[in-house]
Design a protein around this ligand. Structure first.
Ligand SMILES: *Cc1c(COP(=O)(O)O)cnc(C)c1O
Length: 466
């Protein structure tokens, strides 16, 4: 499989090239040249596979030029070996026609582990083959940083520097990052906001000498390998509920549009997906777009579901590219216009195609709390503030005869305050993290200054290569 940029000005590349590159140099996102297809018989045959085997089977056509099936299969087995549920992605029925699929049984208790655990191993494998090293830098408001750190810890060819805003992540989230003491992991607490952290990362990538010297790389959600690694769990639940002989719909709490995009890719590959429901908090750019073709950015407001506090859903560009017939020039024009004006005029034909398949529902904090409480009272089920938004979206758009699967993206113990407020219960951390509050922390506080941050990272890389 070869990969093309959504903006048409970057060379086509192999899977392992785009794994390391992340973003294309024309600012676009990489997309596979074509969609692998499975026949009904092939889908049916997948019902008997274990989750790691299923993952290897689904990802294989995307990676065939770079990895043997044997290697991929081994990496998938390793990636999901540390999950603390025998089914990896268990499916539970909530009510008539509504199911919840839990994606939070990985080491950091959020769905980011589903892709990141595989990504860390893919990086390691490819860098070993090429005898190269890279420095992964990233900004986080919580979940992405800890998932990346957990997936990359102890891997010699990777130096990882994660920037978080000092004092602005939850204590659980901070400790999940700062208690990882492996020498290749470096936590920088920036005296600033999450946006400052993100700007610093962008500035480092724009500083070409620094970028080249340090071999900078990224594992954020625009990396195609992350999308690919998120497709298998949609296939897994669909097959359990009767696909390919029955249609299934999905509901997904959404921020950067990476998770729900993987469900859409499964549909492109021939899985019978009827409808995709996107849930958002007050930061509702996507739901406004789906309702009324209003794609305009507003100021980000903090919410109970911080991993969905965004104003631009980066992965939306991939969907746009496809529904505009892969016209890279048109896509590039829309994206640059959006960047300068904060508003995107999506052609009405493209909007109609998207809004026929996708629906959006928004929940503010009060509704989020009320829904958590009500589900707990009815089912004794604790859904975290992200998950509950997906469940509410799924319930709103359910159709008779079509199972609706809502994605549970975080463990409730990650958000103890919100859970206590809604239900009076403080969910316990699982045994693997029970001593989190006693563990030693290590991080460095840095001012919001590019030179200071670059110097800190340079020193870390030097120390790690000795
Ligand atoms: C990252 C995240 C999301 C949003 O996923 P996207 O792929 O960015 O749409 C939702 N819930 C949780 C818990 C997350 O960590």
């Amino acid at each position: 499989m070869k990969y093309v940029s959504t903006r048409g000005q970057a060379p086509t590349r192999s899977f392992s090239d785009i794994l390391l590159a992340g973003l294309a140099e024309d600012g676009g996102l990489y997309m596979p040249e074509s969609w692998p297809q499975f026949s009904k018989d092939e889908w049916r045959a997948m019902r008997s596979l274990s989750y790691p085997e299923l993952a290897a089977r689904i990802i294989a056509p995307f990676a065939e030029d770079s990895l043997t099936h044997e290697t991929l299969s081994k990496l998938c087995h390793d990636a999901y070996a540390r999950f603390d549920h025998a089914a990896i992605v268990p499916l539970t029925q909530m009510e008539d026609g509504l199911f919840v699929q839990e994606l939070f049984h990985g080491p950091t208790l959020a769905f980011k582990d589903m892709a990141m655990q595989l990504l860390g191993r893919l990086f390691d494998h490819v860098l070993n083959e090429r005898d190269e090293r890279v420095t992964i830098v990233g900004a986080t408001s919580g979940d992405t940083g800890s998932a990346a750190i957990e997936a990359c810890r102890g891997r010699e060819r990777l130096t990882v520097a994660i920037l978080h805003p000092e004092g602005r992540t939850s204590e659980v989230q901070r400790r999940q990052m700062t208690t990882v003491l492996d020498p290749n992991i470096h936590n920088l607490a920036v005296q600033g906001t999450f946006d400052d952290c993100q700007d610093l990362v962008k500035a480092m990538f724009a500083d070409l000498p620094f970028r080249t010297d340090m071999h900078l790389s990224a594992v954020n959600s625009i990396n195609w390998a992350r999308i690919a690694a998120q497709i298998p769990y949609y296939v897994y639940s669909a097959l359990q509920l009767g696909a390919p002989d029955r249609e299934v719909s999905f509901a997904v709490p959404t921020g950067n549009f990476g998770n729900v995009l993987a469900a859409w890719v499964a549909r492109q590959m021939g899985l019978p997906v009827k409808h995709l429901c996107v849930g958002s908090n007050r930061n509702d750019i996507l739901t406004r777009f789906l309702h009324s073709n209003d794609m305009s950015t507003r100021k980000v407001v903090p919410s109970l579901s911080p991993s969905m506090d965004i104003q631009v859903s980066s992965n939306f560009e991939r969907l746009l590219f496809e529904v505009m017939g892969r016209d890279a020039q048109a896509c590039a024009n829309l994206m640059t216009g959006f960047r300068t004006t904060g508003k995107m005029d999506v052609p009405s034909k493209a909007w109609e195609a998207i809004s026929t398949l996708f629906s959006g529902k928004e929940l503010d904090d009060a509704a989020t709390t009320a829904e958590i409480r009500s589900l707990y009272e009815k089912n004794r089920y604790l859904a975290d503030p992200h998950t509950i938004i997906g469940i509410a979206a799924g319930r709103a758009f359910r159709e008779p005869g079509v199972p609706m699967v809502a994605m549970a993206t975080a463990h409730p113990a990650k958000f103890p305050d919100a859970m206590r407020e809604a239900t009076g219960i403080t969910p316990a951390l699982p045994p693997s993290l029970a001593d989190l509050f006693e563990r030693e922390e290590r991080y460095r506080v840095v001012s919001n200054d590019l030179t200071v941050v670059e110097d800190a990272i340079r020193a870390s890389v030097l120390a790690n290569s000795r």
